[in-house]
Design a protein. Structure first.
Length: 337
């Protein structure tokens, strides 16, 4: 007769049982404490009038967020669930802040500053016009100030080219401007009638370089996409690009590094856009975002997006209404980095 051997749980089985409990505990700790299994968390922004317009990130995961109404820049440290004001409103003669872009190669946080008094938005100072500002990424001290040489102008968003220059969009005119490294003077790099806004439309907005070396831009109100051919730093032909589905209020555009881009839609979506020839494949990553998406950036396998709630202060029909508080940066998983 074969005798069945019963294992003593206090002998060989105990270490295995303990190992299982240890592994389970470790997984639970990771999930609760922000480890590899933890879902990315949304982030609260300080203040009741934050109205974030743009967002950028450094390699360590620090986030920087602009403020359409109140000005200044909020910084969010890696893993934090709330932000803190880092560049105070009005610092270095700034006003309302739009595009922000961390340029670690030059140690600069680029910020678009704008006078929005024509929209009834006073901002934190009385400085007139539009300007591109550069702040030290370590200290927050202002170091570059370049006023727009054209009028009307709104400095909307920024991209850094292969030449190290900063390229910026003018929302009220048909121009893309360039600030060369070491310069304090913006120059018109490309002007084209295709970019010109009509009437009260908002024109050029998002801007980003592709892995092909060309520059890609969008327009806000008409939600159009364009490619500007670039050769030896010089602007070439402008080509309209056809999206795979209509866009609604195209806003911030950020490269993902694999040839595709994150695209924020004021209509309430975050997209992944891949350009091929003269077409753009649009993949919706998140939809139905009340308040509209104004900006996006990537940290590892997560996209962080700003929800501006801009209509509360720009739409006459909503005069007197209040934003949903707190203002937030939303985290959207992207999959493998």
């Amino acid at each position: 007769m074969m005798r069945t051997k019963v294992c003593n749980p206090s002998s060989r089985g105990a270490p295995l049982q303990k190992l299982g409990v240890t592994l389970l505990a470790g997984l639970l700790i990771q999930a609760a404490g922000g480890g590899a299994l933890a879902a990315p968390k949304d982030i609260a922004l300080p203040g009741d009038a934050a109205h974030p317009e743009s967002i950028t990130a450094t390699a360590d995961g620090t986030l920087y967020v602009s403020n359409f109404a109140g000005g200044g820049v909020t910084r969010i440290k890696p893993g934090a669930t709330s932000g803190e004001v880092w560049i105070v409103p009005g610092a270095f003669e700034t006003r309302s802040t739009f595009g922000v872009l961390a340029d670690e190669a030059s140690g600069t946080l680029w910020v678009c500053s704008n006078d929005l008094s024509a929209l009834g938005i006073k901002g934190p100072s009385d400085v007139k016009g539009a300007a591109l500002k550069g702040f030290d990424l370590k200290t927050g001290a202002g170091k570059v100030s370049a006023s727009f040489p054209v009028s009307p102008a709104i400095c909307n968003d920024i991209a850094i080219g292969p030449d190290g220059a900063a390229y910026v969009t003018n929302t009220l005119g048909p121009q893309i401007l360039r600030l060369k490294p070491g310069s304090q003077t913006l120059e018109i790099w490309k002007s084209d009638p295709l970019f010109a806004p009509a009437g009260k439309e908002a024109g050029l907005d998002g801007i980003a370089f592709g892995t092909d070396g060309n520059l890609y831009v969008d327009t806000f109100t008409t939600a159009e996409l364009f490619r500007i051919d670039v050769k030896d730093g010089q602007a070439g032909a402008v080509t309209p690009l056809t999206p795979s589905r209509p866009l609604v209020l195209a806003d911030g555009l950020r490269p993902l590094g694999d040839g595709s881009f994150l695209l924020a839609e004021g209509g309430g979506r975050l997209d992944r856009v891949t350009f091929s020839g003269d077409t753009a494949k649009v993949e919706v990553l998140r939809d139905g975002i009340a308040g509209g998406v104004t900006g996006a950036t990537k940290v590892g396998a997560t996209a962080f997006i700003t929800v501006g709630q801009l209509a509360v202060i720009t739409d006459p029909a909503r005069k007197g209404s209040k934003p949903d508080l707190p203002f937030r940066v939303l985290a959207v998983p992207l999959g493998s980095p």
